[in-house]
Design a binder for this molecule. Structure first.
Ligand code: FAD
Length: 434
């Protein structure tokens, strides 16, 4: 069987892989030293586009438009870029076995890839309703969204079921972005989730109230406090309805499920230390196995700012952790040192004409400020999180780039504040003066 050897192998071809490749090039890697092995058929791209402009009927995003690193305003790495740099893109290749002791990866087709240094960048996979034994969950036109081939199937179904009915299961990022995208495609959309309000892991009740009312005004039917327990199908095996635990039945031509993701660490079970569901790394993304690094969604890393360890499933961290790991690899080869990763959590989302950003930590007491009326023409409002008298988290809807920079600074600096009332009164002005 074929055996190929590389100095550096990046396992996974997603966001982290693309940003790692760019950093390898910046560090002056030689031709044929780096390989990206990915089960996807395309070069690394900005995954968040899949639940946004990829699904729009107009102004649609398509590759090569959103290959990395356009998401952070950088140069677009087209497949030719990798060829020019001598970075091997080994696509449509799934690794099914990893042996970290002998530094070997084996693909589904039986090829062996050897490496000196490995960067694990396998990302996450979706949690499936069939994992919970939901009946009929494998019906046709029930979609999950992680990779571009899944987005393509969804786009086909949107065209085939034009002006039909869609049910979105889940009230998180995917639920909110997909409900909006399907509505923009003129579907009659219902969104179902068990929690008392949408995005409960980040949003406060006050923040969520705005988005729920805004979505309702767009004609989206929000059903809270229940879950999907089964799917009806027609003679072709296509989904026809969604049965809810509270007894209601919703007609459906398309169902999109967004109930969370789990990091893809199974290949390495028992071979590398894990923590909080991810692969444990230090502030340089080095694991406890020599020459093995882990970045992006799979890495559990020290969060210097908060003195704990966390795993972060967001694109900003995927980019930055990849760059940090590659810098650390080169520094250690040259006997130099670099600063430890010092990450400020940053999450964002866009849907309809809305766009929010969040920085910092969402624990402690909260205060809402600004105009959070769903019918307001500006809908500019925000929230602060306060712990031990310090502002540690900040959220802003419809901020300008300067305003978003200001809330990021607040979350980083963690200024003391006299009272929640002061924040409620000053609102964005509090951030702007920091
Ligand atoms: P990924 O980008 O998922 O890449 C993992 C890669 O590894 C994939 O190419 C996969 O095929 C490959 N792989 C896995 N296992 C194997 C194997 N055994 N063999 C070969 N290849 C393998 N974050 C935000 O902050 N804002 C957003 O708006 C946002 N929107 C999103 C929308 C969608 C639809 C999705 C799915 C995610 C979104 N995210 C968003 C999250 C963000 O995209 C991820 O945090 C980020 O992509 C993680 O990067 P990664 O490199 O760790 O993993």
């Amino acid at each position: 069987m074929v055996e190929t050897s590389f100095k550096y192998v990046i396992l996974g071809g997603g966001v982290s892989a693309g940003y790692a490749a760019r950093e390898f090039a910046k560090q002056g890697v030689k031709p044929d030293e780096v390989a990206i092995i990915s089960k996807e058929a395309v070069a690394p791209y900005e995954r968040p586009a899949l639940s946004k402009a990829y699904l729009f009927p107009e102004g649609t995003a398509r590759l090569p438009g959103f290959h990395v690193c356009v998401g952070s305003g950088g140069e677009r790495l087209l497949p030719e870029w990798y060829t020019e740099k001598g970075i091997h893109l080994i696509l449509s290749t799934e690794i099914v076995k990893a042996d970290l002791a002998s530094k070997k990866l084996i693909s589904a087709a039986g090829e062996t890839f050897k490496y000196h240094t490995l960067i694990i960048a396998t990302g996450s996979t979706v949690i499936r309703l069939s994992d919970f034994g939901v009946q009929g969950a494998d019906a046709k036109n029930v979609f999950y969204l992680r990779e571009i081939d899944e987005a393509d199937k969804l786009v086909e179904a949107i065209k085939a079921k034009k002006n039909g009915k869609a049910v979105v299961v889940g009230g998180g990022y995917i639920g909110l972005e997909l409900s909006a995208a399907l509505r923009i495609n003129n579907f009659d959309v219902s969104m179902v989730f068990p929690e008392p309000w949408c995005m409960p892991r980040l949003f406060t009740a006050g923040i969520a109230a705005f988005y729920e009312a805004y979505y309702a005004n767009k004609g989206i039917n929000i059903i809270k406090g229940t879950v999907a327990v089964g799917f009806g199908t027609n003679e072709n095996g296509e989904v026809t309805d969604v049965k809810l635990k509270d007894g209601r039945v919703l007609e459906a031509d398309i169902v999109v499920v967004g109930v969370g993701a789990k990091p893809l660490t199974t290949l390495f079970k028992g071979q590398v230390e894990e923590e909080k569901g991810g692969i444990k790394t230090d502030g340089f993304f080095k694991t406890n196995v020599p020459d093995v690094y882990a970045v992006g969604d799979v890495a559990t890393f020290p969060m210097k700012l908060y003195g704990d360890i966390r795993r972060v499933e967001h694109v900003d961290h995927a980019r930055k952790s990849a760059e940090q790991a590659v810098k650390a690899i080169f520094a250690s080869e040259q006997g130099k040192s670099i600063s430890e990763y010092d990450y400020l959590p940053y999450f964002y989302s866009r849907a309809f004409d809305l766009s929010w950003q969040f920085y910092g930590d969402n624990v402690g007491e909260t205060v809402l400020y600004g105009d959070s009326s769903p019918t307001s023409p500006t809908h500019k409002f925000g929230s602060y999180w306060v712990q031990d008298g310090k502002v540690i988290g900040a959220f802003l809807e419809s901020g300008t780039p300067e305003e978003n920079k200001a809330i990021a600074k607040v979350a980083r600096v963690q200024p003391a504040v006299a009272s929640l009332d002061q924040l409620a009164t000053e609102g964005l002005a509090f951030a702007s003066k920091i």
